[in-house]
Design a protein around this ligand. Structure first.
Ligand SMILES: *[C@@H]1O[C@H](CO)[C@@H](O)[C@H](O)[C@H]1NC(C)=O
Ligand SMILES: *[C@@H]1O[C@H](CO)[C@@H](O)[C@H](O)[C@H]1NC(C)=O
Ligand SMILES: *[C@@H]1O[C@H](CO)[C@@H](O)[C@H](O)[C@H]1NC(C)=O
Ligand SMILES: *[C@@H]1O[C@H](CO)[C@@H](O)[C@H](O)[C@H]1NC(C)=O
Length: 373
């Protein structure tokens, strides 16, 4: 009975697919609107020369005598220092009571240790969206208790060295990083999140054991770099591995074998082919979400019963054989709920497939709620 119900709802879904298909047929385009007198908002050009920078904005008066004049020190949050969006070119002297420091969206181009002389209590620093090219090594010696460092959207060419060993989150996306010195992460066993997406990291920039000692790493984002190979020796604590928009062609056999927490893998926009994927490479029982869109696959890869979401849109898939990809065989106990594949969401659009969805797919994946074809 249950199987029949599943069958009915999928039939409905096929119909929906068909309706969508009709909706996406070209409709008459609206004529371009005649130009109106209202101009689009003009975007201020980014100032290039220091002399073009707008003047520093001074903060409101504060009851704290040590509050830097360009910042805001609310009496109700004595541990927070707000200096964001103030056209700053340098980091002010940070009061010793500060735990949370907000410096994002300014014009800061280097970070020097003298600002942090007494700021030993700092736990969070947000320096996102500045123009930082260099950061003095001694800065981090002054702030040993730092937990979160956000420096996304700056001009860094390498990962800062001497990072505090207690750091839990490091965000360095949207820089120009192509260098990670060997040993950079050796003592950082508390790091949970490392975001390096949108940089210029290539295979040769990643020393073989660069990530090995990050024993508590949960999320690693290396998307939008220039990798051709899967990064080596990722710690097996990892749960989320993001590698979209690289040039990866293949995945070594057993690459995922030792990961015991891996749940999300994203490899959209790479150069993967059937040949580059060993047959059982995605047979990982913890994996819930797998993104392989915009690659060059011609068949659906095999995956584990536990996988719930699979993105395969925009590949070269011409047919789908439900019997071949079904992770369990019909000889197994179909009444054991654990043996029924958990796949709920499947994207196959942008391939060379046309409805209807083959019956063997529907028979195998009974939890499938939606399939985009
Ligand atoms: C930093 O600490 C030293 C020694 O405790 C003190 O003399 C100095 O005034 C402090 N500087 C600031 C900016 O608070
Ligand atoms: C897939 O992995 C499961 C464990 O998650 C294992 O029992 C099974 O034998 C594997 N399948 C193949 C074909 O290797
Ligand atoms: C995809 O693979 C085919 C051969 O299987 C090749 O001709 C084509 O150039 C590849 N496309 C891309 C975008 O790599
Ligand atoms: C689908 O796969 C099964 C098992 O691998 C095979 O026996 C069958 O011939 C395939 N069907 C088609 C239409 O290729």
């Amino acid at each position: 009975m249950k199987a029949e119900l599943g069958y009915c709802s999928l039939l409905l879904l096929l119909l929906t697919v068909d309706v969508w298909g009709q909706q996406t047929r070209p409709r008459p385009r609206p004529r371009p609107k005649p130009p109106t007198t209202r101009r689009p908002p003009k975007k201020e050009p980014e100032p290039m020369e220091p002399t073009d920078f707008p003047p520093v904005i001074i903060g409101p008066p504060s009851s704290f005598p040590d509050c830097p004049r360009e910042c805001m020190c609310p009496a109700s949050f004595p541990n927070a220092l707000y200096c964001e969006n103030r056209n700053l070119r340098r980091v002010p002297v940070i009061p010793p009571r500060t735990h949370y420091l907000y410096l994002q969206n300014n014009y800061i181009d280097s970070v020097t240790a003298d600002s942090f002389n007494n700021a030993t209590e700092l736990k969070w620093i947000n320096l996102g969206n500045n123009r930082i090219r260099s950061i003095e090594k001694q800065v981090f010696e002054k702030i040993p208790n730092l937990l979160h460092l956000y420096m996304q959207k700056n001009f860094l060419k390498e990962v800062p060295s001497n990072l505090p060993s207690g750091l839990e989150q490091l965000r360095l996306s949207r820089n120009q990083i192509s260098k990670i010195a060997p040993g950079t992460f050796n003592k950082m066993e508390h790091l949970v999140l490392l975001d390096l997406h949108h940089n210029r990291i290539s295979d040769s920039n990643l020393a073989k054991n660069i990530f090995k000692d990050l024993k508590n790493l949960v999320q690693l984002n290396l998307a939008h770099n220039i990798l051709r190979k899967m990064p080596a020796n990722i710690p097996n604590s990892i749960a989320q591995l993001f590698l979209d928009r690289n040039n990866i062609e293949d995945i070594p056999q057993d690459y995922f074998k030792d990961f015991t927490n891996l749940a999300f893998v994203r490899l959209n926009f790479n150069h993967l082919t059937d040949k580059g994927l060993p047959k059982m490479v995605f047979n990982v029982s913890t994996l819930m979400d797998l993104h392989l869109a915009h690659n060059n696959l011609t068949t659906v890869p095999l995956f584990n019963t536990h996988l719930e979401h699979l993105h395969l849109n925009n590949n070269n898939i011409e047919s789908i054989n439900g019997t071949a990809i079904c992770p369990f065989t019909l000889t197994e106990d179909v009444h054991d709920p654990d043996s029924v594949p958990r796949l709920r969401y499947l994207r196959l659009d942008g391939n060379h497939l046309t409805p209807p969805i083959p019956l063997d797919v529907i028979m195998c994946f009974r939890h499938l709620h939606s399939i985009v074809i």
